[in-house]
Design a protein around this ligand. Sequence first.
Ligand code: EPZ
Length: 430
Amino acid sequence: MDKIIVKGGQTLEGKIKISGAKNASLPLLCCPLLTNDKVTFTNVPELGDIRNINLLLECLGVEVTQLDSAKNAGNLGHAFSFETKEDKHNAPYELVSKMRASILVLGPLLARIGQARVSLPGGCAIGARPVDLHIKSMEALGAEIELDNGYLIAKAPNGLKGNKITFPFPSVGATENAIMAATLAEGETIINNAAQEPEIIDLGNCLVSMGAKIKGIGTSKITINGVKKLHGCEHRVLSDRIETGTYAIAAAITGGEILLENTSYGLLESTFETLKKCNIDIIQTDEGLLVSGRKKLIAQNIITEPQPGFPTDMQAQYMALMLKVNGVATIKEQIFENRFMHVPEFVRMGANISLLGNTAIVTGGVQLKGAKVMATDLRASVSLVLAGLIADGETIVTDVHHLDRGYANLEDRLSSCGAIIKRVKDTCQK
Ligand code: EPZ
């Protein structure tokens, strides 16, 4: 497995083009299962997760065609067309276990062909990641679901029927599955306590352009009136707000200034409001977001929450930033039960962090020392690279396949702004 070696001490300055959003792409790429017409997406990021969901869609009878040459990945993202040619409904463990978001094929398959056999995705490093809310929302729409040998066997022989769904927690994935399923259900569906992330809005906009009847997208109450059929469309994937926030922190943590292109302040408002309280300048220009960390940073406490709160996917990166700041910051993780695996790795670099349940107390301002550290999940991986940017000497981040799931060309983008960073094949690691 590859590893990334970063030498600390450089101030980053330059421009970085932000890619299409991984967490918008994954539900969007399930929409072609809702129609037999061709659906085209542009600005699709070059990521491991995209390759995985495309393999899964092909398994489900969808013809996936890349419309651009690979060279576009760094700038304009990829363009793909999807056309469901056969009605297949088996999502195998080998593919689903590689990427949890595969569960998002459940709703579309039930909605259009009335059946699905989807492997349970299993947990991951950050938590058990149950799918009970996905199952309950499908059952509320009339599906019969049983568990057999680790597979969800779902049937809706008479089609789905609109209903009221109230989530105890605004689950992003369960909201996405419920919206997609309800677009072809008979009658009206009302989703209460729906997730409000920008990726949900992007999904809703795409479905409406396919002919779906949806109101309240982006609010906690979404109303969907089912239609008989959906048609094809062309949709450009939303810019990646977590990638935006990650590179903003790369600028701030090194005391530099980076222009983030193809993105906007509104995508990550709560995070940027916090970063501004940390004394980081973030200015929306015509070309994108200018982020500058040249002033003395101030520690701020955060609590991760569903949208519009501080996103859990920015928690590890923010913790890396607090390592730089002279002061104490508390970071409370409320979304996932095990999302502090970057902490022991930071401590190995000399960081002073103590954990009290789901709260990390970070005493920053300690000079970090480069070390060999292990990536455990996507956002923890990139936070180790961020810490490596300010550590003395070299930091070696292993297991970077986690990182490749969510960040395209990370080392090229950071080195274009002056970072001393390279990727090497990890020959010794089996
Ligand atoms: C999405 O995951 C994102 N993934 C995650 O990003 C993100 O961290 C998460 O939303 C929260 O914002 C994609 O969009 C592909 P949830 P999802 O359902 O949909 C519990 C990244 O780094 N829950 O909102 O799985 C769950 O265990 C990834 O890009 C249930 O209990 O998140 C968790 O504690 C990581 N039952 C909480 O809700 C369910 O049926 C939030 O989960 C579903 C979820």
